[in-house]
Design a protein around this ligand. Structure first.
Ligand SMILES: [Zn+2]
Length: 457
């Protein structure tokens, strides 16, 4: 084996989304994650460019978890000639399938709409990928064997290790010629409601660590207390509490907390509706993979029995018309699409409504506008006055904060040759770099998009 490896930074380098890292060696060419760029337009447009590598030369893709910014580019990789295996844990591949199919459906609908209304500069507008492209991608999926070292070739081994970010999520260790490359994926938090604590790496010659909250600490909030107060208030007003939620993990966590609050007598028996087709599919992944979370099958069933799962669009309207005080959890988390739009169209101008935002609200989204006190919002082409009360809980994040990240890497027994900070906004990356240099005196690099680093192995 030649004694060097080339690391290509193809995404989540200097930015948060689009995770893609390509490692070339004389034995195998390995891609870690294959995500889509999301957010600002300039970033999203990068998705349309072909990768600056020879795609057909990739032997294998290893996935840390199923979020769109880690798997969303896979169908494009297949379109560009990738024919190898896509390996992930069983729940990661299940989540990836749900997310890719949903993403393809949205892309197809958007292209159709653009062609009908002639607003795209491309004629005809083509979807980024189709459901058929996703089917071809899924055909390459291969489930990994639980937390064991697997050999890819004579001098290359890999291992997936639980890291508690979403169901199935792992960090990936790659041993190349005796040197260990560690890719953190997105790191979860300790004491999560549904997931076990993240495992930690014991050794890393080259560490690639996410920095999403590299400059932040999560606020010390009592989530259960805050929720109880908001729910009591909703009952008193005989109103509706609308919680826009991300379908993967957040929605299931909310279901669990609400069920617990009821069991502990902290809230009365207020009807709870969950309206998210994608959220239901993810709930099913929890049922299929009980070893990957803390809920026992009995607890899972009791939780689901306590909550009304809305199935059809007709039931959405029945729920809106239900005159009782109630809680509705619906996608999407930043109010950019999904069933929550229908609820808000009917309820945002009603003073007894409360909207509770439970996650990061990106710039340019309706969620952000509501958070910043907008007096009206646009839904389905029309403006509606905001008469509802807007609340927010920040601390339900599925990401480790700065302390968690430092703690996670503190288990590494050696001094890494290099630490690459990835998956972060520039301010977070730089603050985290200074922190690591101060605390550990390790060598830290912040790679930029399309950077290539050649390392000795
Ligand atoms: Zn993630």
């Amino acid at each position: 084996m030649e004694n060097f490896a080339r690391i290509n930074f193809l995404g989540a380098s200097g930015v948060v989304t689009g995770s893609k890292f390509f490692i070339e060696t004389s034995e195998q060419n390995i891609m870690i994650d294959c995500g889509m760029f999301q957010g600002l337009k300039a970033l999203r447009e990068l998705n349309w460019e072909n990768l600056p590598i020879h795609v057909a030369s990739i032997d294998v893709v290893l996935l840390t978890h199923g979020h769109l910014d880690h798997v969303g580019y896979l169908p494009r990789l297949v379109k560009q000639g990738f024919q190898g295996k896509i390996i992930g844990t069983a729940p990661t591949l299940a989540i990836a399938e749900i997310i890719l199919k949903d993403s393809a459906k949205i892309q197809e609908e958007e292209a159709k709409k653009a062609n009908k209304e002639h607003y795209s500069k491309h004629q005809p507008a083509l979807p980024f990928y189709t459901v058929e492209d996703v089917e071809k991608t899924i055909a390459l999926f291969q489930v990994e064997i639980d937390s064991k070292w697997i050999s890819l070739s004579e001098h290359i081994l890999y291992r997936f290790q639980y890291n508690g970010h979403i169901i199935g999520a792992t960090f990936i260790e790659l041993d190349i010629n005796g040197k260990r490359f560690v890719f953190s994926g997105d790191i979860g938090r300790r004491d999560d409601y549904l997931l076990n604590d993240p495992k930690t790496p014991q050794w890393a010659d080259f560490l690639f660590i996410e920095s999403t909250y590299g400059n932040k600490l999560h606020p010390e909030e009592d989530v259960e207390d805050m929720l109880s107060t908001i729910i009591t208030d909703t009952l008193y007003k005989k109103g509706t509490l609308v919680i826009p939620s991300f379908a993967v993990e957040r929605l299931q966590t909310l279901m669990y907390i609400l069920w617990q609050l009821y069991k502990k007598n902290k809230i009365p028996n207020i009807p709870i509706f969950v309206d998210s087709p994608m959220g239901n599919n993810v709930l099913d992944v929890f049922k299929r993979f009980p070893k990957w979370h803390k809920l026992s099958p009995e607890a899972y069933n009791m939780m689901c029995d306590h909550i009304n799962i809305v199935q059809t669009y007709k039931e959405t309207w029945d729920t809106i018309d239900d005159p009782r005080a109630k809680i509705v959890i619906a996608g999407s988390g930043m109010v950019t699409g999904g069933r929550v739009l229908t609820y808000l169209q009917q309820l945002i101008d009603v003073p007894t409504t409360t909207v509770l935002l439970v996650g990061y609200q990106a710039e340019g989204t309706r969620g952000r506008q509501l958070l910043e006190g907008a007096h009206e919002i646009r839904l389905f082409g029309k403006y509606y006055p905001v008469k509802a009360t807007i609340k927010s809980i920040e601390s339900l994040s599925a990401h480790a904060d700065q302390d968690d990240l430092l703690n996670w890497m503190s288990h590494i027994k050696n001094i890494p040759e290099n630490v690459y900070l990835i998956h972060g906004e520039p301010t977070a990356l730089d603050a985290f770099r200074v922190k690591i240099e101060t605390v550990y005196q390790w060598h830290v690099t912040i790679p930029k998009l399309t950077d290539v680093d050649k390392v000795i192995i």
